[in-house]
Design a protein around this ligand. Structure first.
Ligand code: AMP
Ligand code: MG
Length: 352
């Protein structure tokens, strides 16, 4: 049991974090996507303690963070197309799967022959990586199954007593985890959408596919290309339902569904765009940003899901965004938060 400290980033705190990482301990730190829970990627016991602290299934591999592409030489081989992506999108929210070298313990890759690597752009993450001089294995700093933390406050909520140090770098910019791309199996394939969009990747690589399980549950017998896709993820404690359809019908359906649930005695609310807050004022609306700005929705999504738990909401009805640009990442996370439970606004209204 640790006395978990939350400290704002400073040279002294980075030195302390570096000491802890070298000693095989865990440190949570901010990145531009979400907060990460880091360990020395070359120390298998340290890596195993990440799985213990998160309650993460052992077959869900971790992302290794670096501060300089020159580090790759020791860690992996570089597949075709990877150099172009690194030049264009690193540092930034793009994780690339690369064939692993022996230096990377199998505990990091969950036994897979590839290792997922990312070079984050957040100044605190970059300074920490440089200060400790190690590749850092770091998944999101939440308890497994919970929405990823985008502030030190929510890291503390999940990790209090489990780790010695959380470096507070304020709220995260992107708000959803990195894009994960696989270049090792034919056509480049997005296994997890994120801040670097399919359209951006296609501008460099030509055709890029998206794994089928990004927008639907895994089918029986289907092999998960990215093991993380197998698990319940991003879920608040309450039950989330997505409502799709024409804009004005969605607003009316959200209101109907929310009021019906409230009448049945549930704590119910809606997640809606800023533009619809006034019309849904009596549905305890939670703002998910402007309808015209999916990046804003991405940035506040996990924070909103966490708020729903703080408020002990039982049932939540949410608007959806188009699956273009960052919208694909938003709908991947929202879909999983809702266990892909979706209703049509028009159908809800016609039943009335
Ligand atoms: P997190 O660390 O929470 O951001 O999760 C890392 C994500 O990357 C999970 O969805 C993993 O399944 C995925 N991932 C990591 N390494 C690999 C790999 N070698 N092959 C496929 N997916 C991976
Ligand atoms: Mg995660």
């Amino acid at each position: 049991m640790y006395q978990t400290q939350v400290k704002p980033a400073s040279d002294q705190v980075l030195r302390e974090a570096s000491r802890l990482l070298h000693a095989g301990e865990l440190v949570a730190f901010p990145t531009e996507t979400v907060y990460g829970l880091g360990a020395n990627a070359l120390n298998k016991d340290a890596v195993l303690s990440i799985f213990a602290a998160k309650g993460r299934p052992a077959d869900n591999p971790l992302i290794v963070h670096i501060w300089d592409p020159a580090q790759l030489e020791d860690l992996c081989t570089i597949p075709d197309g990877a150099s172009l992506l690194m030049e264009r999108f690193w540092p930034g929210p793009l994780t690339i799967l690369m064939p692993r070298k022996e230096t990377i313990p199998l505990e990091v890759t969950a036994g897979l022959p590839t290792v997922a690597i990312r070079m984050p752009s957040h100044p605190v993450a970059a300074s920490l990586l440089k200060a400790c001089g190690l590749p850092i294995a770091a998944p999101s700093a939440n308890r497994s199954g919970k929405p990823s933390p985008t502030s030190a406050h929510y890291v503390f909520q999940d990790m209090d007593g489990r780790i010695p140090l959380i470096i507070d770098g304020g709220p995260c910019d992107v708000g959803v985890e990195s894009t994960v791309i696989d270049l090792t199996h034919g056509t480049p394939t997005i296994l997890r959408p994120g801040g670097i969009t399919r359209e951006m990747l296609e501008s460099v690589l030509g055709r890029v596919d998206v794994a089928g399980s990004v927008l639907r549950p895994l089918q029986k017998g289907e092999k998960a290309l990215s093991p993380g896709m197998r698990y319940k993820h991003y879920s608040p404690d309450g039950q989330v339902t997505l409502v799709e359809g024409e804009e004005s019908a969605v607003i009316r359906a959200l209101s109907v569904l929310c009021h019906d649930a409230q009448e049945k005695g549930y704590r119910a609310c809606v997640m809606c765009f800023t533009e619809h807050l006034t019309q849904l004022a009596d549905c305890t609306p939670h703002d998910i940003g402007s309808i015209h700005d999916p990046s804003a929705t991405a940035q506040c999504l996990f924070d909103t899901l966490r708020h729903l738990d703080d408020e002990k909401m039982d049932v939540i009805f949410s608007e959806v965004v188009p699956t273009t640009g960052v919208g694909l990442a938003v709908m991947n996370r929202l879909g999983r938060a809702a266990a892909f439970r979706t209703v049509s606004a028009e159908a809800v209204l016609s039943e009335r």
